[in-house]
Design a protein around this ligand. Structure first.
Ligand code: GTP
Ligand code: MG
Length: 206
């Protein structure tokens, strides 16, 4: 897939306020500071399309980006949305805002008709974290297809990343028969870009 154009569209507080669901949509979610905005910028090859920050909790709204892509350099263009969602698990966030986050995300995931696939980002440096496992388990109830995207793989040895992935999948195996697909990425090294875009391309085709 070739990204022809990527532009920030709008930030919405609820799914009802999001742009008209007139094209396929792919959303990125994960722990606060996991690297969602950085990954979006890497995918679109734009340095500051999505705002990144060393301070967790930067992304608070449902942020839509309008993407125009084509399968080959020259070919028909296709429009889709890419969405940067606010992160979970930021310790300094008050209980009340956590509840508001859960409500917003749950409603967005279950209500947004054009949401094709969710990319759940996990920090490649860590062993399975309860908060990520809890979120992924909850996705089982919402019945939305998703892929696990490991981030910041440049910060850890490949063997350790592989082990962290295996441990996470083992945890899921205790309750699930089918395991999600995993893509290992690094925004700084631009790793995993083709895999994520190919997956989106194949879903856009359906
Ligand atoms: P919130 O919007 O606050 O939830 O954060 P986020 O998940 O959007 O994370 P963001 O992209 O802002 O990145 C957080 C920090 O991690 C920044 O300092 C990034 O530069 C850094 N970072 C993100 N991805 C990578 C990566 O692949 N490798 C390395 N080394 N650093 C990364
Ligand atoms: Mg962000």
């Amino acid at each position: 897939m070739v990204i022809k154009n990527a532009s920030y569209l709008i930030s919405s507080p609820t799914w009802q306020k999001c742009p008209a669901p007139d094209r396929p949509e792919y959303a990125f979610i994960g722990r606060s500071n996991v690297g969602k905005s950085s990954l979006i910028n890497m995918l679109c090859q734009r340095q500051s399309l999505a705002k990144t920050s060393a301070t967790p909790g930067k992304t608070q709204m449902i942020n839509h980006f309008a993407i125009e892509s084509s399968q080959k350099e020259k070919g028909p263009k296709f429009n889709w949305y890419l969405v940067d969602l606010p992160g979970y698990g930021y310790a300094k966030v008050a209980q009340k805002s956590r509840k508001a986050w859960s409500k917003m995300i749950e409603e967005y995931i279950s209500g947004r008709q054009n949401l094709m696939h969710l990319f759940v980002l996990i920090d490649a440096r860590h062993k399975p974290q309860a908060i990520d496992l809890e979120f992924v388990m909850a996705l089982g109830h919402w019945q939305i297809p998703f892929t696990l995207v490991y981030t910041k793989s440049d910060k850890e040895k490949p063997g350790v990343v592989k082990r962290n992935v295996e441990l996470f999948l083992e945890e899921l195996k205790t309750s699930w028969q089918f395991l999600p697909q995993v893509i290992v990425t690094s925004a700084t090294k631009k790793a995993g870009r083709d895999e994520v875009l190919e997956l989106i391309d194949s879903l856009n085709d359906q």
